[in-house]
Design a protein around this ligand. Structure first.
Ligand code: PLP
Length: 404
């Protein structure tokens, strides 16, 4: 384990009389005391609305809020904090781009490319947009080892492609997609690129300038931060051309009888009172991750994943749904057990105090495409250890014994 488990008070508890082992991090991560305290400190010492007040408390809250924006920008190496828009989650960030960039730029006959790996959040906004605009949604298929078929991708790209919207890391197979190559191929065809970084940003050192993507989206809650905070990164020159997503307070400079003057980016996209306390606490989560170092987090993920693959692949009844090449995966391992419904697997793991997930993982077309109805998933993070995986193997043995 990479951190002191005492930093995560929730992990102290027992579930069904067993110490809690939390392996559902792809759904949401647990929060360190530093983040919990940041929320409590804000309401105890700094609570006020931002960007509007002349009084000291409002200034204090505004400064802390904008400091978080700067921390997020530095964390993903954005060129400027102006390129960071706070939303409520990844889903909202993607919908924002569909409703602004999409409405403006996608016309009948245009093409949008997604992949067979997508979470519903990075599929449905594009499907609905394509339907509305009579555009075409193209889907990059997978290779047999759960990686993206880049040959097919190259064939799908054309001068009709307006947008490529792709996950950086699958929440089911853990597949890491070649985001740089995807982006450069799309740019050559004149298309823009959105990377769904909901899993990627939590596990992989992220550099949006090096990827060169136009949009990058992620959620605070999957990387130690609170729920209710999402990020939309967009290149400044693109953000400046987009219309507002919502109208109201804080997104305008002036409202006159016959016209409105919009606020500058990123405020133009942040109408109304935002989730101030949680954005500030997200800044503390970023501090915590940065103190560890994302390179070390990646190493830790790989260590756990390698161990889990070794342990679970020993059983002939178990099928692992992940790339063979360790380097092509993030810290997530989905699996099935022959003859056992994944919900039963999750239930037996839960009896052992181990939290895993089973189902479609909000990626029904992917699961169905793999000719499955459901899959079980273990997903790792910084407070997990090799011992946690040994406990998971013990739970797996119990599953095999019960269903023998
Ligand atoms: N994209 C991926 C790859 C995800 O794993 C998730 C959540 O599991 C999302 C998008 C949606 O994130 P949120 O529910 O925070 O909007």
């Amino acid at each position: 384990m990479l951190v002191d488990p005492k930093d995560f008070p929730i992990l102290k508890q027992k579930i069904n009389g067993k110490p809690l082992i939390y392996l559902d991090n792809a759904a949401t991560t647990q929060k360190p005391r530093k983040v919990i305290n940041a929320i409590s400190n804000f309401y105890t010492k700094s609570n006020a609305n931002i960007h509007r007040g002349i009084h000291s408390l409002s200034e204090k809250a505004t400064t802390a809020f904008e400091e978080s924006r700067a921390k997020v920008a530095a964390f993903i190496n954005a060129a400027s904090p102006k390129e960071i828009v706070f939303t409520k989650n990844t889903t909202e960030s993607i919908n924002l781009i569909a409703k602004t960039f999409g409405e403006l730029n996608i016309k009948a006959g245009d093409e949008i490319i997604v992949s067979a790996l997508e979470h519903h959040s990075n599929l449905l906004p594009w499907r609905m947009l394509a339907e509305k605009k009579k555009a075409v949604l193209r889907i990059i298929p997978l290779n047999s080892d759960f990686t993206l078929n880049m040959t097919e991708y190259a064939k799908l790209i054309s001068d009709k492609t307006r947008l490529v919207a792709i996950t950086g890391m699958s929440n089911v197979t853990g597949t890491l997609t070649p985001v740089k190559r995807i982006t450069s191929l799309a740019h050559k065809a004149g298309a823009k690129v959105l990377i769904d970084g909901a899993q990627y940003a939590a596990h992989i050192p992220t550099d949006v300038q090096s990827i060169d993507c136009d949009f990058f989206v992620f959620s605070a809650h999957k990387m130690l931060g609170p729920t209710g905070v999402g990020v939309l990164y967009a290149k400044k020159e693109i953000l400046e051309t987009l219309p507002p997503f919502l109208y109201g307070g804080d997104m305008v400079k002036s409202v006159q009888q016959d016209r409105i003057i919009l606020n500058d980016i990123p405020h133009k996209f942040e109408a109304g009172t935002p989730n101030i306390a949680d954005v500030i606490a997200f800044g503390s989560a970023i501090d915590y991750l940065s103190e560890i170092g994302m390179d070390r987090i990646r190493e830790h993920d790989l260590k756990l994943l390698k161990f889990a693959k070794e342990k679970f692949s020993k059983y002939k009844e178990v099928a692992l749904l992940c790339p063979k090449d360790l380097q092509k995966s993030g810290g997530t391992l989905s699996f099935t057990v022959k003859g056992v419904h994944p919900h039963d697997i999750a239930e037996i793991f839960n009896q052992e105090g181990i939290a895993i997930r089973a189902g479609y993982h909000c990626a029904e077309p992917l699961i169905r495409g793999l000719k499955l109805n459901s899959a079980a998933r273990m997903s790792f993070y910084i407070y997990n250890s090799l011992d946690n995986i040994k406990a998971a193997e013990k739970a797996l043995k119990k599953v095999l014994k019960i269903f023998k």
